[in-house]
Design a binder for this molecule. Structure first.
Ligand code: FES
Ligand code: FES
Length: 214
């Protein structure tokens, strides 16, 4: 399986390989930040590549946010709770913090066009890449075809998993505009719906596929 496939939900992948693809957060802790700030002690200052805090710019839904993060700060944490250095809250709470350990897909967003678990992605990893959350899919009042199809098929009950599924489905269709039933099941295998709305979700993806694929 290609590396591309391992890192996306937009292609037929197994849940195991999806997890492998997004489980690179710890490695990325060595990524050099844009700005290092606040080394608090001489010992920390001498730690070289051990990052304490950094100011980074994140492009989220076409808007640039400058945020201060620690090397361990996840993208999900910035999206939900981050505060721009100008004092503006990022406040994008569509991505859900459910398991917070790469098991449910509720936090799925796109980074650089690929679906990732934002709870398993360091904010530092996302710098310089286009980040798209569920809030960024609609065009003004016009819902994305995947969102429309979820509404049309009533593909949710409690709705907690829905933002993750919508982004995962969008990513799947970006990669494969006309997936088969099996490809949809496999492409969404990294997301869990505890309410069991899978049949409706799969139908919604097929409807969106027809709309997008023509
Ligand atoms: S909250 Fe990220 S995978 Fe569950
Ligand atoms: S609709 Fe409730 S978890 Fe999916």
């Amino acid at each position: 399986m290609s590396k591309e496939k391992e890192q996306t939900q937009g292609t037929p992948i197994s849940r195991r390989n999806f997890l492998k693809g997004v489980g690179t957060g710890a490695v990325a802790a060595s990524v050099a930040p844009t700005v290092l700030v606040g080394a608090e002690t001489a010992a920390e200052a001498q730690m070289g590549d051990k990052i304490t805090r950094a100011e980074i710019k994140l492009n989220i839904n076409g808007k640039t946010y400058e945020v201060e993060v620690e090397s361990r700060t996840t993208l999900l944490s910035v999206l939900r709770d981050g505060i721009d250095t100008g004092g503006e809250r990022v406040d994008l709470t569509g991505a859900k913090s459910i398991c917070d350990r790469g098991e449910c897909g509720g936090c799925t967003v796109q980074v650089g066009g690929k679906a990732v678990y934002s709870c398993m992605t360091l904010a530092l990893e996302a710098e310089g890449k286009e980040i798209t959350t569920v809030e960024g899919l609609a065009n003004g009042e016009q819902l994305h075809p995947v969102q429309e199809a979820f509404v049309q098929h009533d593909a949710l009950m409690c709705g907690f998993c829905t933002p993750g599924f919508v982004v995962a489905a969008k990513s799947l269709l970006d990669q494969n505009p006309s997936p088969s039933h099996e490809e949809i099941k496999e492409g969404l295998a990294g997301n869990i719906c505890r309410c069991g709305t899978y049949p409706f979700i799969f139908e919604a993806v097929k409807t969106a596929s027809r709309k997008i694929g023509g």
